[in-house]
Write a protein that binds this ligand. Structure first.
Ligand SMILES: [Zn+2]
Length: 263
């Protein structure tokens, strides 16, 4: 069985309320050895961290999605730092800019992003970035933050353009690709995934969203990361075992707070 890691799951989502433990058990059976479950709104952090506390192979992030930035204008870096000190928290986010849906004004997204970046610096935990249709503004912000000192950055579920990718790579960022890589119309995403340096890539499902083919349209689960890994290995002409070892290595380098898989 190949080693699998799902770097971005939303296990507190109501889509899993009926069978969360079964979903986790199925993931383990499929070979998923580590997961990071992501905080989308600060009021959900309690539920997110409880999942990590109850499962030794699941870690957590703390943060607020850019969609909800307008509801988090009082979220200070200090508060994020306080919550982020928890030993099972390995990332800060997801945070960033989303100018596709524009659920929150850009200025609010920027302000909330800054609090997250400050917390990531202070905590020395990985900043998990969500960005959509905001390439130039996102690149400017990330370069500015990276200029303040060492910062581990993950561009999660990357679907943005090559210029943001180039600028993010230059400041040491990693890229995570999702099931979108398997979608028929995702040539742009595949082009980036084909070019990305092999020591800067990890994978995710972003479940319950974005189920890869052949599960597209269904609820996505962490076990589906197997299809994402197969797609990536194929895209890069790697054999699956080699690919999985390489991706695991990248993951543990990017998230040093996650206990390595041994054996
Ligand atoms: Zn996202």
């Amino acid at each position: 069985m190949t080693l699998l890691i799902d770097s971005h799951v939303n296990l507190h989502h109501h889509a899993f309320d009926g069978d969360r433990e079964a979903v986790i058990a199925r993931a383990r059976e499929a070979g998923v050895a580590r997961m990071i479950t992501i905080c989308d709104r600060i009021e959900n952090f309690g539920r997110v961290i409880a999942i990590a506390e109850a499962h030794e192979d699941i870690y957590a992030s703390v943060g607020a999605h850019p969609h909800y930035a307008k509801d988090h204008l009082d979220l200070t870096a200090e508060r994020l730092i306080e919550m982020g000190r928890h030993e099972r928290v390995v990332g800060v986010g997801e945070t960033g800019l989303d100018q596709h849906y524009k659920f929150s004004p850009l200025a609010d997204q920027v302000a909330v992003f800054r609090a997250h970046a400050k917390a990531a610096h202070t905590l020395d935990k990985t900043l998990i970035i969500h960005t959509r249709e905001a390439d130039e503004a996102m690149a400017d912000l990330l370069e500015e933050e990276a200029g303040k000192g060492p910062l581990r950055i993950l561009m999660h579920c990357y679907t943005s353009g090559p210029e943001l990718a180039r600028r993010a790579l230059k400041i040491g960022a990693y890229f995570s690709f999702s099931g979108i890589m398997t979608f028929k119309n995702a040539d742009d995403v595949r082009a980036i995934a084909r070019e990305a340096p092999l020591d800067r890539v990890i994978l995710e499902t972003d479940c319950p969203y974005l189920a890869p083919i052949p599960h597209r349209g269904q609820r996505c689960e962490p076990m589906h990361v197997a299809h994402v890994q197969t797609a990536f290995a194929k895209l890069r002409g790697l054999d699956e075992t080699e690919c999985s070892a390489l991706l695991a290595d990248n993951f543990f380098r990017l998230f040093p707070g996650v206990r390595r898989v041994t054996g």
